[in-house]
Design a protein around this ligand. Structure first.
Ligand code: AQP
Length: 326
């Protein structure tokens, strides 16, 4: 059995980067793999402080966006992580197989704990262990990740091997499906990645933004003083980010985009990119609007997803506990 597992944090409305870097592939994987689980990883999201009401709404909004993008509860299991407590149980067991220096070496810990001047929570520190548990709990065989998550996946792989060695062969060692497409960058700072939790309102294009918001955000996008459209990510990161977005939403290559944009200055080009993004997400946006009106449906989808996930997780967790000697 080939099983894909992936997660998204309910930290706001998913954006262009989340779609192009993750969600669009998830839609494909639910067709390509015999089993796919997509988790709204709320336990992970509280590793940095969250407002309860905002978090609760984000869980439903993220669900609505995933469904609107084509995630189909008939073809995959979409569920909220905290509704399956086995994640935490297995996280504890795997945490006892993980050493502290390894966790300290992760770049995400270094970056995020530095941002949180308090030096970061225990949850933030052990986050990769919980992530390993998320994956292994379902005996997942394939995990789509971006380059920034490769380190974390290696921990999951090593932990699976360690467990198998210590307690007997049980977990498949999950394979990485590496997403090599470059991260979509913030429209305000082309050196930073586009992020849900970016405080600058114009930096992030949400999948559900109105056409007016999309036009405004692209109009204000930081570029440079050259007016032609070229693709040179290191020399001209701002314009190149626009070309990369344009290419991704139209399915063309950056070179094709540059060729068809000869004669446009960057100001006019921003309007062209905005239009392509508006076109691409118009159906998603209207479906999102419809789903948002129907919160009881969203809750039902999550409830059914949690039941299915639990059905898979419970016997695995029981067997693990037996192997450990509980
Ligand atoms: N800018 C991006 N470009 C391409 N892919 C991206 N992803 C995130 N940002 C970009 C991919 O989206 C998936 C879900 O991400 P996540 O919610 O688990 O956490 P994240 O990577 O931390 O995403 P954000 O949007 O930056 O959230 P916050 O602000 O909460 O930290 C992942 O597969 C990720 O690679």
């Amino acid at each position: 059995l080939e099983r894909v597992f992936s997660g998204i944090q309910p930290t706001g409305i998913p954006h262009l980067g989340n779609y192009l870097g993750a969600i669009q592939n998830w839609v494909r994987f639910q067709e390509e793999y015999s089993s796919a689980l997509y988790s709204i990883v709320d336990l992970h999201s509280i590793t940095v402080p969250r407002e309860p009401k905002v978090l609760h709404q984000s869980i439903l909004d993220t669900t609505a966006v995933l469904l609107a993008c084509g995630i189909d509860p008939q073809k995959c299991i979409i569920f909220q992580q905290s509704k399956v407590p086995e994640h935490v149980e297995l996280g504890w067991i795997l945490g006892c197989l993980t050493n502290v220096p390894r966790l300290r070496s992760f770049s995400q810990w270094k970056v995020k704990s530095a941002i949180q001047k308090s030096e970061g929570s225990v949850g933030l520190f052990t986050y990769p262990v919980l992530q390993a548990a998320d994956i292994l709990l379902y005996k997942s065989t394939h995990v789509p990740v971006g380059e920034d998550q490769v380190q974390h996946l290696e921990l999951a792989q090593d932990t699976a091997r360690l467990f198998n060695k210590k307690y007997g062969v049980f977990f498949p060692v999950p394979q990485t499906i590496l997403n090599t497409t470059k991260k979509i960058k913030s429209l305000r700072d082309p050196m930073a990645k586009m992020s849900k939790s970016d405080a600058q309102a114009l930096a992030t294009v949400d999948i559900t933004d109105s056409p007016e918001e999309i036009v405004l955000k692209f109009r204000k996008a930081v570029t440079d003083f050259t007016s032609e459209v070229t693709y040179d990510p290191s020399g001209r990161p701002g314009v190149s980010n626009l070309v990369a977005i344009h290419a991704a939403v139209t399915g063309l290559s950056p070179e094709d985009i540059v060729r068809q944009s000869v004669g446009l200055d960057t100001a006019r080009y921003k309007g062209v990119v905005a239009e392509a993004v508006i076109q691409k997400f118009a159906p998603v946006r209207s479906e999102f609007g419809r789903l948002q009106e129907d919160q009881s449906y969203l809750k039902k989808v999550l409830q059914a997803g949690a039941e299915k996930a639990k059905e898979l997780a419970a016997p695995v967790c029981l067997e693990i506990k037996r192997m450990v000697g509980f």
